[in-house]
Write a protein of this length. Sequence first.
Length: 252
Amino acid sequence: MLRDEAPATPMAGCTDLYVALNFGTLAEARFLNLWTLDALRAIEVRSGLLSIGALATYSDIIRSPLVRRRLPMLAAASREVGGAQIQNRGTLGGNVANASPAGDTLPVLAAADAIVVLQSAAGTRRVPFSGFYTGYRRTVRRADELIVRFEIPAVAGRQWFRKVGTRAAQAISKVAIAGIVGDEVRIALGSVAPTVVRASRTEAALARGASVAEAQRTLMDEIAPIDDIRSTAEYRRRVAANLLARLLDRRP
Ligand SMILES: Cc1cc2nc3c(=O)[nH]c(=O)nc-3n(C[C@H](O)[C@H](O)[C@H](O)COP(=O)(O)OP(=O)(O)OC[C@H]3O[C@@H](n4cnc5c(N)ncnc54)[C@H](O)[C@@H]3O)c2cc1C
């Protein structure tokens, strides 16, 4: 249908789409309902990779023993999304496809080096998460493709997710961080640039033995937050640096 009856907008839990319709920012008039495609909901291990279907909801993720064991920071991020209603409807695929830099699962998937699996009538392609976003709310997904699942390699080290918003529930992030601290340190942040960012310069500085203060300076230089309705660039820079120090406190 996406190939033959274009244009059609896929709809999953509709928690973003419905808001866009209400605000009048969504022009498309035809939708393709994915909700009944149970095949896109599975959470399993395939060839050593954690595979999470695009239609897995936050509640599915929070309840999944596999996610809690292999990617606990994704369960932690999911627990902080919206409230119970949003967690029961909102999907991982919707969060990623919606492409907001404030999407809470995006830093987790970036830090975990996830692969986005896209499928169309023509075939399947796997896109590294680091190459999925091309700019503010832009992705490499073609209009005839669906995100069908995410594949996440085993993660070594301690995982940490922290979201800073106006309050603990039902708030859009001002800054979010996902980090992995093991032999190497991996850091990804949301809401500090037009897309989710992997702090690769900061990671490289830490690999060279940089102090926490040096790493914080590199991070503040590396990110590009903006002033907007939710926060200021200066606040976001400082909070990102503080979160980095908290993450590094967790080093073994
Ligand atoms: C009250 C409220 C609170 C919220 N709180 C948070 C929060 O704390 N953190 C957060 O990150 N988000 C939050 N959100 C935003 C939203 O709930 C999430 O982004 C959610 O994951 C979207 O998933 P969905 O299935 O509802 O997507 P939908 O609304 O169905 O779709 C969103 C976009 O993704 C596309 N899409 C969906 N699935 C696919 C697919 N499989 N393949 C290709 N394209 C697809 C759709 O075409 C659409 O463009 C909140 C929303 C509301 C209304």
